[in-house]
Design a protein around this ligand. Sequence first.
Ligand code: 5GP
Ligand code: MN
Length: 349
Amino acid sequence: MKNILDSDDIKRLGALLDSSRNIILTCHMRPDGDAVGSTLGLWNLLRSMGKNVNVVVPDRVPRSLLFLPGVREIAVFTQHDPYCQRLVSEADCILMCDFNTASRQGDLAPLIQGADCSKVLIDHHKDPDMDCYLKFSYPQMSSTCELVFRIIAALGLYATLDTNASTCLLTGLITDTQNFTVNCNSSEVYEIMMRLLEKDVDKKKIVDEAIKSCTYDSLRLNAFALLERLEILERNRAALITLSKEDLDRFNYQKGDTEGLVNEPLNIRGIVYSVFMREDADCIKVSTRSKYDFPVCDICRDLFNGGGHQMAAGGEFYGTLEECRRIFLENIHNYDKYIPSSLDKLEIK
Ligand code: 5GP
Ligand code: MN
């Protein structure tokens, strides 16, 4: 494995961790496998090294990740407000994992940003804009968990990594690559998987828990969405799924039930990108995915107050579901220029 991390940064991180007793790990709202995997991976490692370490997250961990070692020790900001405030105020350093901008932490952002200690960014999203003592920003990496593994290896701590920490890291690698289908052309991703498996990680269990673990209701909701709420915008090579509050209620929607739905239309030959709009309590949550390097992050940035990666991005729209859909359709032609011309003759059937 090539060492692509800056060696001075690694030295400074090592010194910071050595001199810190109270360490906080934190991640973005609506935490996914990579956010929880990277923070809990580091939590398990640092704890085994005798550090007083805590994970503080902005909101609840989804059901599919409750199998992760250490998950019960996570402090959820919405539930333990004074407790989280105390933890953060006592921190010697904060490691901010899997997000590039403060707003991705929602109500937790002021507490973390206002903390008077050294902050370290560990992330794979483009263009981070937070003030930090140290920045490990590597958008070319499959996942923050890949980056955390590389940092651990560069710090000379691979031998200290146990099964629990490795389970968390492999979970982020598996979920962010959609079980090794996207963002994983680099052979080094598989080398890292191999080195994690050497720590006796149960990969099958991760796949069963984190990916293949939906409920009957959620399976039916996803089937309904594809059958009744999917629009194919042929000229723009786009797919659009919209789910209203009413649709969600019909299938007893629980947080996480539509995880992965946005990917499904990309299976259609000739479709370049997919947009999913879901009516949430206070906004329309938009989720997008693409193929062929089509920049869905631009759509999320321009229309939905969001951003993300080139081929996986999201945002929030403040208005009705119908307005959200209309704004997208009114602006969709602006993005036709990114459709590869090699597809010109390919019919969508
Ligand atoms: P998902 O579609 O799974 O919710 O998010 C995919 C990616 O889009 C995330 O990894 C994150 O980079 C980005 N993303 C999702 N929601 C938002 C958002 O509201 N704001 C920003 N800036 N990025 C988002
Ligand atoms: Mn990630």
